[in-house]
Design a protein around this ligand. Structure first.
Ligand code: PLP
Length: 412
């Protein structure tokens, strides 16, 4: 018998299973609203014009070799990525209090952050539990990532099914009742899967509670620019917390969505310290962890993003590209909303369909139940997760009416 004869079969990943089912479906009107990747109005993957320009320039540059990057990545990349998320006039950066490390996209940043906290966070001062508070619901991988390093994920309230909006009361209650110095994971913008974000005023109140309670803010920022179309606007929460100076903050950054570089696995982890000396020590420890895990991060995506962030022509083009993506998604929100409200007069789960317009970023949480979602998938051939999350990027001017007709059938 094989030494692995007792290894049980693991269940397939829900999203990848959905994509496989979509691919196998031969129905001509099928729609994929499962995957979290941008598609153009023809339902095709989109290579950003700014990325094409950078690739062309890289190809022509004979001086570029294929040596290893440093352990913490390409320095020009990490420093310009830090400015992008923290702001070009960030005091944390000018005071050299930020440790920035290139990671395997946002997933790798979450993982590196998790390993670092597991090694160095004073959990004994935070009620003694090795745990992190994560929103209910959250990106499914958060649970897996923290479980895998030995930090227990515990839920905090986020989504209120009654209002199809934010459970602000539940959230603030947990922030007040959690042991002091607890670690909380926050989605910087465009919350996945709900699309439900706090208002600026609510973010200020959340920051006040972090200050009062001494909590640690673990920001995951996978959609900067994708939410509003404006890169600064989408960094609001992260900058607000860091500018307070009293809240300890870490930021996971991904260029998968906002640069359409999904497969290049390009991201960064930024940890903000109180002094440059602390930051240097933190960087040294991140290097030690990174060395044993991946040795050195990949170069290609780092070079592309560095050019986009630093060359004025590419930067201008990227602003346009980000706006193109955000605007198409916002226009699909308007189409779906008006079809359900005006054409079909579809009964809405929370009383109205305004959440389709209000929710932010790639996803909308329709607010339908599992049975209703199953009908849409099985009879409508429209692939979506059973929690009623749909990727707005999967909607096009050609399929939105068909999708609306099935949401209408399911909701009645
Ligand atoms: N965090 C959130 C909330 C996400 O939605 C995603 C991607 O879907 C990621 C992180 C990481 O993605 P990637 O590893 O492709 O950058």
């Amino acid at each position: 018998a094989s030494i692995f004869s007792d290894v049980p079969q693991a269940p397939p990943d829900a999203i990848f299973k959905l994509t496989a089912a979509y691919k196998a479906d031969t129905y001509d009107k099928k729609v994929n609203l499962g995957v979290g990747a941008y598609r153009d109005d023809d339902g095709k993957p989109w290579v950003l014009p700014s990325v094409k320009m950078a690739k062309r320039a890289l190809l022509e540059n004979e001086d570029i070799d294929h040596e290893y990057l440093g352990i913490t990545g390409l320095n020009e990349f990490t420093s310009s990525a830090a400015k992008l998320i923290l702001g070009s006039s960030s005091e944390a950066i000018s005071e050299k209090r930020v440790s920035s490390v290139q990671t395997i996209s946002g997933t790798g940043a979450n993982h590196l952050g998790a390993v670092f906290l597991n090694k160095f966070y004073p959990f004994d001062k935070a009620g003694g539990q090795r745990q992190i508070y994560i929103s209910n619901p959250t990106w499914a991988n958060h649970k897996a990532i923290f479980n895998s390093v030995g930090i227990k994920p515990v839920d905090y309230p986020w989504y209120d099914a009654k209002t199809v909006g934010l459970d602000f009361e539940g959230l603030t209650k947990t922030l007040k009742e959690a042991p002091k110095q607890s670690v909380f994971l926050l989605h910087a913008c465009a919350h996945n899967p709900t699309g439900v974000d706090p208002t600026k005023e609510q973010w200020k109140q959340i920051a006040d509670l972090f200050e009062q309670q001494g909590h640690y803010a673990f920001f995951d920022c996978a959609y900067q620019g994708f939410a509003s179309g404006n890169l600064d606007e989408d960094a609001y929460s992260v900058r607000l917390f860091i500018e307070r100076r009293t809240i300890p903050v870490l930021v996971c950054q991904s260029f998968a969505k906002n640069a359409g570089l999904y497969g290049e696995r390009i991201g960064a982890l930024h940890i903000v310290s109180t002094t440059p000396e602390r930051a240097a020590a933190v960087t040294s420890q991140l290097s030690v962890i990174q060395r044993s895990e991946i040795s050195n991060p990949p170069a290609f995506g780092a070079r592309i993003v560095t050019m986009i962030l630093n060359e004025p022509k590419l930067w201008d083009q990227w602003q346009k590209d980000v706006t193109t993506m955000a605007d198409r998604i916002i226009s699909m929100r308007k189409s779906l909303h008006s079809l359900l409200v005006e054409k079909y007069k579809t009964p809405a789960p929370g009383g109205n369909w305004d959440h389709i317009l209000k929710q932010i970023g790639m996803f909308t949480f329709l607010g339908l139940n599992e049975k209703q979602c199953a009908l849409i998938v099985n009879e409508g051939h429209i692939y979506m997760t059973s929690n009623s999350r749909i990727s707005m990027a999967g909607l096009t001017t050609k399929n939105v009416e068909y999708v609306a007709s099935w949401i209408d059938k399911a909701a009645r």
